[in-house]
Design a protein around this ligand. Structure first.
Ligand code: 1HE
Length: 282
């Protein structure tokens, strides 16, 4: 599949230099695929528990708009003990109603660009995953939680409402009723509960999240790019469609994917016993 990103995309060093101090990036080779790379994006505002101020959110936007073309997966992690304490509340007091709408719509655009961007994103969750931090996590494709992670939506206590797409994405993971309980009571769920209710896909020991995310990113990089595209862009739209539209869209996507030369090569390799079989669960 032809990558729509410009092969002369911004060099990593230039991109890194343009970012605020609260967003860091580093490239790692994907062991599974020659020339493929994994971009690790780090929220780096630990003194403020990685609260998301405008500068940080715009820094994330800049990264996801200018991914180097060799990048096939992103790992989103954080410095310090917490993933993110959510919206930087110190910036909220300055917003009137119009500015509040614009602010929320800005988050929507940026998080949409993560969810429906170029490559799958794997988040490493630990400590506080609160409010807008949880909304950011929900915009990623795979969530690895360390056992220290906990989840809360204290918007009710702060007199506000979610504004980063949380009311659209989180109910699709845990249901409207659980989200309503979190917002009305301000309760926190621990990492085990978050895993059981579907916030995280993987639960690992403290300090092991990054390694697990890099391992998963390696698997993502090894997929046919067309399949990754279909999973990111077609699957969620199909799941939201009426069934008749969904079945048709699925057929079209399936035909496009299987028609790609990469699919033909992979199926030939399987039939010639040159690729591993599916493994039973560990
Ligand atoms: C912050 C923020 C923040 C910490 N905005 N500055 N989010 C919340 O309501 C969560 C608020 N934060 C907390 O409950 C706690 O900070 C934590 C449980 C996450 C961590 O506690 P702790 O004891 O480790 O840290 P701390 O001492 O509370 O915070 C350290 C510093 O970070 C301190 O600043 P300092 O200048 O006094 O050192 C805190 O003020 C600062 N800090 N969290 C601003 N959130 C798109 S709509 C989304 C709506 C939401 O996200 S609502 C949820 C907001």
């Amino acid at each position: 599949m032809q990558d729509s990103r410009n092969s002369t995309s911004v060099p990593l060093a230039d991109l890194a230099a343009s970012l605020p101090a609260s967003v860091k990036i580093a490239l790692f080779p994907a062991q599974s695929v020659p020339d493929a790379q994994i971009l690790v994006v780090t929220l780096a505002r630990p003194h403020k528990r990685n609260a998301l101020d405008d500068i940080t959110v715009l820094g994330l936007a800049a990264v996801f708009e200018a991914l180097p073309s060799a990048v096939r997966a992103v790992v989103l992690e954080s410095e310090g003990e917490h993933f993110s304490a959510g919206l930087d509340l110190s910036e909220l007091n300055e917003l009137d109603i119009g500015a509040g709408i614009a602010h929320s719509r800005l988050w929507h655009r940026i998080f949409e660009n993560i969810q429906f961007g170029q490559v799958p994103v794997i988040a490493v969750l630990k400590g506080a995953v609160i409010g807008g931090g949880l909304e950011l996590a929900c915009a990623t494709h795979i969530r690895v939680a360390e056992t220290t992670a906990y989840y809360a939506l204290p918007e009710g206590q702060r007199g506000i409402f979610v504004g980063g797409g949380g009311s659209v994405r989180l109910p699709r993971l845990i249901g409207v009723s659980r989200m309503a309980d979190m917002m009305l009571t301000g309760r926190s769920h621990d990492a085990e509960a978050g895993q059981a209710m579907g916030i995280s896909h993987y639960l690992v020991d403290a300090g092991k999240g990054r390694d697990k995310a890099l391992e998963l990113a390696g698997k993502v990089c090894a997929n046919a790019p067309m399949t990754n595209f279909a999973v990111m862009h077609a699957l969620p739209r199909i799941a939201e469609s009426d069934p008749a539209t969904g079945y048709l869209t699925e057929s079209l996507m399936a035909a496009i994917a299987q028609g790609d030369v990469e699919a033909k090569r992979r199926i030939r390799d399987f039939l010639a016993k040159r690729t591993p079989k599916v493994k039973e669960p560990d």
